[in-house]
Every structure is written in C-alpha cells, then in structure tokens.
Ligand binder design. Sequence first.
Ligand code: PLP
Length: 369
Amino acid sequence: MENIKKHNFGAGPCILPQSVLEEAASAVVNWNNIDLSILEVSHRSPEFESVISRTGLLVRELLKVPEDYTVLFMQGGASTQFSMIPQSFLKTKGLYLDTGYFAQKAIKEALFFGDTEIIASSADKNYNYIPDIQSHHTNADYLHITSNNTIEGTEIFNWPDMGVPLICDMSSDIFSREIRIRDFDLIYAGAQKNMGPAGMTMVIVKNKLLDSIDKPLPSMSDYRVYRDNQSLYNTPPVFSIYVSMLNLLWLKNNGGVSGIEKQNIKKAKLLYAEIDRNTLFRGNAAIAHRSRMNVTFQAVEPTHEQEFLDFAAKRGMIGIKGYRTVGGFRASLYNALSLQSVQALVKTMQEFEILRQPKPVGAESEIVY
Ligand SMILES: *Cc1c(COP(=O)(O)O)cnc(C)c1O
C-alpha cells in the first residue's frame, strides 16, 4: 500500500513504511494469531526470543557484519552512548571530530571521564562542512566521529584513519548506504532515524574492543553484560525491536542497503538540483559534504521563510522547518521517504518561485495563493 498520509520530512522519529506500520498495528491487537498483543508477551517467551534473534540476524545480513563483531540492542538513545563510550574505553585520551550539535554533545559527556582532544572542528562556519582530517597515527584510545550530522546536513564520505579504534555515531545514516563494518570498531545508532521507532539503540562492536574493557562497571553501563545476556539482561524495548525487525525485513525485500542507497542518492540529487536551480533558495552545506539524509537549505530572502513553510504545509509537507541553531529548512530523506514525496517538494518549490518572482508591471498573477 502506498503512503497515503502527509509527506513526512521529519528528522526523527521519522517516517516508516506504511506496510510496516500496518503490520505493527495488527500485532498490537493480536500478534501472529496467538490472541495476545505484542505489548503483552513476555520478553522471555520463545516468540519474542525469536524476534530479537531474527532482528540481530537481519542486521548482520544487511550490513555484512563480520563474525568477530557483536550486535547489541540497548536503551537510553544514542545520547546514553555519549557517556558509555568514554566510561568504557577512555583510559588516556579520547579523540573527537567536532562536526556539529550531536558531536558536541558526545564531547561534553567525554569530559566527565578523562582527557579529550578535538582533532578538528567546523564550528567556525556553523558546521556547514566536514573539516579536513590528516590521517596519521597517534596515541589515543579511540577516535569518535559522527557520520551524518542530522541538524547541519553534512555527511562524512571518507573515514579518517588515526591508527586508533574508530567509533562512529551513525544514528541518522545507518542502513542508508553501504559501509564496511571492518572500518569501524564500534558503531551506534538510535533506532528512530532509519531503523524503527524510538526506544532502542543498536550497537555493533568489535569483540577486540569489548575485551579491552578492564574494569568493573555498573551492569546497565557494561557492554559485556548486554553481550553475555544476548541483550536480554533486563526487559528490552520489545515493541521497538519488533518494529525494527519488520522494517529491516522491508529493507531486505526492497533491494537491501545497496538498493536503498541508489534510491537515496536519486532523492538527494533531485532535491539539491532544485535548491541550486531555484533563485529563492540556497543550500547550507559545502557541496562535497552534503548529506543525503538531511538536506538543509535557506530562503535567500528571509521574509520568504515563514511564507514557504505555510505554502508547503498547505500541500501536505511536514517537518521541513530547520533546527533552531541552523534556521531555514531541513528535509530529511530517510529510507522510507518515497521519491514521489521529494518530487512533490520540488514541485512546491517551483510553484513558490513562480508565485514570488517579481512580475513585469501590469502583469496579473495567475496562481492564487
Ligand atoms: C538523533 C541523534 C542523536 C540523539 O539520539 P537519541 O536517541 O535521541 O539520544 C545522536 N546523534 C545523532 C547523529 C542523531 O541524529
């Protein structure tokens, strides 16, 4: 069934495929005809254990996760990882790449645990680019990067190599493009951007990094406890994991990560081309670092900003207001957002341009707003 609702460009929680929502809705009432809701079953039941293990297998299959990496399902959002990572791995120094709002939040938490060095920052231009990182070998416990900067609309396409474990916040571009897991030692992502509903955080971690933890930690802050209990040490976010499983099945049946990546490139190209063509708008991010997931742009004429938001809202577009630190507009093009929605936004921008372009004296406006 096609998406029959609004064109949802929201940054997160974000759009999910209509078929996934419908299956999830029916499971809330009667799951797999067992006369119980998915919300009522024990997380220790064989039924749910098969859900969590199948979700793990789908993650492994879709991202080609090697044997010596562990997939964990946790809670507390990506934000909890900001502190768990330094708590677990920072012994002498943690390196951070400062590329925006969420990178900053990760740095803030690391400061509680030890020496933190910012190896490069794009704060000088309100984070509209990815700073150049000279790859070299250095002495530190890890380098932390944010692969996609959800708020600023920039994305990293070349991974730095500092000769230390690479840790990546992939919350907003996981499953959107092919990656080589071997390039990373730990990847984490809040589910609600491209994987499923809010409530679950996925961690993919190299066993060697896990084994480097050499101190006792409180259970809920100890990755080893999650590993040793197959992410079932305490009650996991059952519904979020279940819907993520449905969403990953949808992804698998729709070309997998390489298939969706082609779609995502197509969607992003279409929208950026219109931003570059349309005289009323301009893009925020440096062209080489433009995000395929979160497209940020401005109205050239500030008075057009609210007008365009209203104009687009009337055409069923929601979630395109930019975050307050950046302003302007942000259209998030996550996996489940269709090409048709992007085409609709492009058409809306074109209509707005015709409406707002100065008319020759005496000419009548043909479009009624
Ligand atoms: C949304 C987001 C976060 C915060 O995630 P929570 O699950 O709300 O803690 C962190 N990093 C990035 C890149 C994000 O997009």
